[in-house]
Each structure stands twice: as C-alpha cells, then as structure tokens.
Ligand binder design. Structure first.
Ligand code: FAD
Length: 441
C-alpha cells in the first residue's frame, strides 16, 4: 500500500503519458490474485474510484485517478511458456518486452504491439495491433482465456468454452468487465531473424509513395507488415509564407517470413530514383520489438486520434501529406495495412470494431513542454478533421483520448454498444470499473 507522503508515492503514481498527472489516495501494488480481490472489495466497501494499472500506457491516462485507489499490477509480471503447446501464460501486469523475451527463447512470439514497455493487459483487452497481425492476427485473435477478478471480487475463468458472451466483450472492451490477472495466449514460430526495409520520399512525391504502398498491400505475402507514414522533414516546418512546407512520406515493411526470401519480397522498396532515404536492415525480432522503446520513453506528453479507412485515395494522401508537412516536430500520421489474418476473423466475432477496414490510421503528437499542449492537440484535431471524410465508422478503443457516451458508442457502433451494455449490466452493474472508455450500465 502506497499513500501520499510515502517515499515511493510520486514515482509510483506516474503513468506513461505525462498529461495524466493525478493523485490517488492509495496505490495497492498487488503481487497475488488474492491482493487484487482484496483491493477490489476494499475500494467497493469504501466507495472509492478504482483505476487499474497494467503497463500504465493508456493514452487517455485511465490507469490513474484523483482521490481513488490505483490497483497496480506491476508486481505481477510473470510469463510462463509452454513450448510444446505453444501457449504463454502471462500475468496481468506484464509488459510486452517480458512476453516477447520469454517466447523468443523458444523461437516463438505472440502478435502484440511494437513498443516493449507497453502493458500486455491494456493492449490485449483493447485489441492488440502489431507487426505480426497480417500473418497471425491481432492479440485478441490469439487470446485463449483470461482469469478475471470481477466487480464483486470473485475470480472467474473466461474463455470461449466457459463464457462465450463475456469472452466476446473482453476482446475489444475488456477494461470494462474486471481485472485480468492472467492471460493465456497462443504463440507462433517467429524469427529469430527478420528484416525491415524503408524508403522515404519528400512529401511532394506522396502520391507515388501511396501507389507503391497500395501495390504492396495488394501483392505482398502475409509475412510482411506494411506501414506508411507522413511527418515533418527533419529540421521542422517551413516558416516562410507561401513556401511549400517540407515534409516526408515513408513506406516501410517488416518481413518475418523465411529470411531467404526477404530480399526478393522487399525488392519493391529498393532502387527508387532519388529517394530521401532507403534502408534494408537485417535484425532480430526481439531487437525490433525494442527498437522504438527509447523514442517512446516515459515522461513525454502525448495526444492522438485514430481511425479506419476502407481505401487510400489520392485525395486522402494529399490531405495527410499536407498535415504531415505542417506538423510540429514530434508529430506523425501512420497507416498500417490490415488484411491477412485479421480478415480471417469476422467483424462481429469480437467487440473490437474496425478489422474489416483496409487500413488503420493514427495521428500522433509527442512533446515535452506543457505550454505547447494547445498547439499539439490542435494539430491532432485538425489532422483528423481533414481526414475524416475518408474514414469509416468505428475506432480502436486504445487510441481514443476523448470521453463520453457518444464517443464510446462511436467506437463500437450501435449494435455492439448495446450488447456491451447488456454485458456490463450483468457483470458490473454499479460501474465499479469506469476508468476506461466506459460502457455505462
Ligand atoms: C508508446 C505506445 C505504443 C503503443 N503501441 C501500440 C501498438 O503497437 N499496438 C497497439 O495495439 N496498441 C499500442 N498502444 C496502445 C496500447 O495498447 C494502450 O495504450 C493500452 O491500453 C496499454 O496497456 P497498458 O496495460 O500499458 O495500459 P494501462 O494504462 O495500464 O491500462 C490501460 C487500460 O486498460 C485497463 N487495464 C490495465 N490493466 C488491466 C488489467 N490487468 N485488467 C483489466 N484492465 C486493465 C486500465 O484500467 C485502462 O483502462 C501503444 C501505446 C503507447 C503509449
């Protein structure tokens, strides 16, 4: 138990997004399932707000609160691998790097996100996108079961066999229904060697880059993850009125298939006339999974807006290139192609909404100076407003910073939202778990 005045209080209340600077009354650092049960019962008896902390990466700052209890699972990070069954048993406070490292020892991996210090729990309960998704789906597509402490303080085992309805809700809206203390996740043989390639153009050539990206999406095998990103050129935006702002657009891929084929498969990203940059990097899957850890380090301020797109038209590319070019340093617009294994699961099969789209898009802003909050948030909002006409309904819950019933309904769409409300009424009628994109009972 950590309280205000304790030596560890300030370091323990910090979460990844520096925008969420809150002061809980109590931080309950759990090391066993029974601690989680006790913390839930205590908070409920004393009518205290509950925030649940896995990896602390919530972009909206949901894993902390003012004046309530943070149920902190950072003392529960064990990962056990069953190499014969290819299953990982992961505790609710584990980070991706712990799962990645443990599985890698056996030449295995679970599809998770791309930054090592992200929590497995929040990522999985929201969906889980990453480099392996075209080949093996989202994290939820590899989720076998969850041990869950529910609002009444009981411990339940939830899977497709035991409680298909709740398991449906856990896969995309999971933070609403309890505290996950263990996840069983399916693993796949990956690596150890993988290859990445990137080609970067000035944003004047954005349409050419997008054409290459679309062609790769049409023809590339599922062991290639495909990204397209827009941002300001190094050195920042142009300040001369009338002068075209300088931005860049990058097409990138991670190849996790047979490495003998990597050079051949990645050839479309090579040999372009006069690119700003071209790279081909053999590496290991584990190194790649940690490659962005420093850039995405704790302590920065962060804002984002996400969306799904059915197609990538030239008009959308023009808007993205413009917004990338005028962005303050630390901002970018990224697209990830979906398809592959993510399309093998039906849209209605899980609460997650948006897998049927061709592309996920995120406009992300990082900065450090509190006084520039307005500028960066305004860029994020203006960027999504500019791209809105090209997006489809639905949102990835883990991207959404704004809150409110309408926001949550828009994430899932009316039909799924109503089903989630029914589930919420059954499993958490008093809304004990509300520090999340909240489905109100
Ligand atoms: C730098 C960075 C990189 C990212 N990269 C990716 C990516 O590649 N792919 C992707 O899909 N997403 C990515 N995300 C989004 C990420 O998936 C979400 O922010 C996710 O919620 C983080 O989980 P966490 O456990 O670290 O977060 P926390 O802040 O601890 O929790 C997030 C939410 O989940 C709830 N929660 C946490 N633990 C539990 C638990 N054990 N049981 C029940 N509820 C719990 C919390 O109450 C909160 O509502 C990234 C985010 C950041 C900041």
């Amino acid at each position: 138990m950590i309280q205000p005045g304790d030596r560890e209080y300030d370091s323990s209340r910090v979460v990844w997004n520096a925008m969420a600077d809150r002061h809980p009354t109590l931080i309950a650092r759990c090391t066993r399932v029974v601690d989680v049960v006790t913390a839930v019962r205590f908070a409920r008896e004393h009518d205290l707000v509950i925030a649940v902390r896995g990896g602390g990466h919530s972009v909206a700052g949901f894993s902390t609160c003012d004046g309530g209890v943070v149920i902190d699972l950072s003392g529960m990070r064990a990962v056990e691998i069953d190499p014969a069954k290819r299953i990982a048993r992961v505790q609710g406070g584990a980070l991706l790097e712990q799962l990645d490292r443990a599985a890698h020892e056996y030449g295995l991996a679970c599809p998770v996100g791309v930054v090592g210090h992200t929590g497995v729990a929040g990522l999985t309960l929201g969906g889980g996108m990453g480099r392996l998704q075209p080949k093996h789906g989202f994290t939820i597509d590899n989720l076998l079961s969850v041990e869950l402490v529910t609002a009444d303080g009981t411990v339940r085992h939830v899977s497709n066999e035991e409680d298909p309805d709740l398991f449906w809700g856990l896969r995309g809206a999971g933070a609403n229904f309890g505290i996950a203390t263990t996840f069983d996740l399916r693993l796949h043989p990956i690596g150890p060697n993988v290859t990445t390639a990137t080609v970067v153009f000035p944003s004047e050539r954005a349409r050419e880059a997008a054409a290459l990206y679309r062609e790769l999406f049409r023809s590339a095998p599922d062991h290639m993850h495909l990204g397209l990103s827009f941002g300001p050129a190094a050195g920042g935006r142009s300040t001369t009125p009338g002068q075209r702002a300088a931005g860049t657009v990058a097409v990138g891929s991670t190849h996790v298939g047979d490495q003998q084929d990597a050079e051949r498969d990645l050839r479309p990203l090579r040999g372009h006339v006069d690119p700003a940059l071209e790279t081909l990097t053999p590496t290991t899957y584990l190194a790649l999974q940690k490659m962005s850890d420093e850039e995405m380090a704790w302590g920065k301020r962060f804002y984002m807006k996400g969306a799904f797109l059915d197609e990538l038209t030239d008009a959308a590319v023009d808007r993205a290139a413009e917004q990338g070019s005028i962005a303050p340093d630390g901002c970018s617009i990224s697209l990830w192609a979906q398809g592959g294994a993510t399309w093998q699961v039906a849209e209605h099969a899980t609460a997650f909404t948006g897998r049927a789209a061709a592309y996920w898009l995120g406009a992300e802003a990082f900065w450090t100076d509190r006084e520039r909050d307005g500028e960066y948030i305004a860029w994020g909002r203006a960027t999504m407003a500019a791209l809105k006409p090209f997006t489809r309904a639905g949102n990835y819950v883990n991207d959404v910073v704004e809150q409110g019933d309408d926001v949550v309904r828009a994430i899932y769409g009316d039909k799924k939202y109503e089903r989630l409300r029914t589930l919420k009424c059954t499993h958490d009628p008093d809304n004990a778990f509300r520090m999340n994109q909240n489905v109100r009972p």
